[in-house]
Write a protein that binds this ligand. Sequence first.
Ligand code: SF4
Length: 399
Amino acid sequence: ACPTGSLAEKEHINEVLEAISDPNKHVIAQTAPSIQVTIGEPFGMPVGSFVAGKLVAALKRIGFDKVFATDVTADLTIMEESEELLHRLFHEPDKLPLLSSCCPGWVKYAEHFFPEFLPNLSSTKSPHEMCGALSKTWYAQKYGIDPDKIVNVAIMPCTAKKYEVARPEMESDGYRNVDYVLTTRELTRMIRETGLDFPNLPEEEYDEPFDQYSGAGMIFGATGGLFEAVLRTVHEKITGDKMEVPDYTDEHVQSGLKYGRVTIGDKTLNIAIAHGTGNAKRALDRMKRGEWKIHFMEVMACPGGCVGGGGQPILGSRDHKFISLSYRHNRADALFNVEKGKKIRRSHENPRVRQIYEEFLGHPASEKANKYLHTSYIPRGRHPYLVDEKHYKGYNEKD
Ligand code: SF4
């Protein structure tokens, strides 16, 4: 954040309030998994408080017509990405590794600096784009709502999502998938301006049909979560058995970067998990040098994943009473602890996911799923300043 406060993310609060006050609009809020463990902090709640019910209650009082959990479409992202991984493992091994693509910060970084890896990026859209696409197609048809009237507002952990929603390819049937992104900090300002007593709000439920989600969809919000979620589904599809914890062996661990092996039936997969683009670069450089042969890698641009996103509450600001050096861990622990208590912990067991495939998409990787849930990437070239490798100070070591 700018130390003088002269620079800030582009705000969309006024546009969203205008849509809410328009009786001809059907305004949907969707909330990313990580917001459920961060939005309490600016209101004096301890870091790591799980406040999904109060978050829904606040959004309904602000005036949103519906409040959806992006976790449901995180489950769909896992379904589609698992299918891609299985397809490449068994039918197109030359297209490995599969690199995750739900983080727009990482996708943009890859488009600029590692265009040779773009064919390796999963083509699945990120969860909020899927929710946007389905809200203006399946949901609109099912509930008889004119998609022209739907405004989809994504409450997200980062400003990179604001860029992502503006990508020309992020539209379905002529409609933008997502109309506005509000960061956690923008939503905090809205709640304050509305005068709501956030900690004392009742717990309310997400609205149908984006209400039920698995533990796998929840843990998307922290580094390592997508990896574990995808493996839960891939493991069951390969072996027929449920996997509780990945049978994972570390080969290399450093801050923000892991490389190791996971055994699934008679297959051994080399996997990597990177958070922070510097760590993504380290992993990709090792792949280019032939030192690491990876089947699947999860990359998140922010340290700690979305719980550490650039739009999250800034600890140490006037918003916070509770300052902890391990705040990202506390937020991630909250997500993982709540998920352990969930009855449904695998994306393919989510009844809403099954419903969406039965009623609309058919099956993972179907023609319709490809149309609405998948995207493509563009090599964008480097800024001339960055072409000179000497400017990558600190990122060229061979460790
Ligand atoms: Fe946004 Fe950061 Fe999450 Fe990527 S890791 S989606 S940049 S908050």
